[in-house]
Design a protein around this ligand. Sequence first.
Ligand code: SF4
Ligand code: SF4
Length: 63
Amino acid sequence: MTHKRAVIIPNKCSNCHPCPAAEGCSARAIKREENDDLPFVDLACKGCGTCLKDCPQQAMLLI
Ligand code: SF4
Ligand code: SF4
């Protein structure tokens, strides 16, 4: 079975700069394409769940 990955719920994300969830991700899996874009989680995610605690908007889920 593959591990879970984090996703960002776009309508909950307030597009913080910097994004505390990204800063706390040891896998560096939370990125932005462009500075103004909402962050997204890439395949480097290990499913640790740290970002769920770091995001002030509860905008992240493990699925
Ligand atoms: S911390 Fe949460 S609300 Fe803020 S940019 Fe990151 S994912 Fe979005
Ligand atoms: S679950 Fe862990 S590895 Fe995945 S994005 Fe969140 S902090 Fe990073």
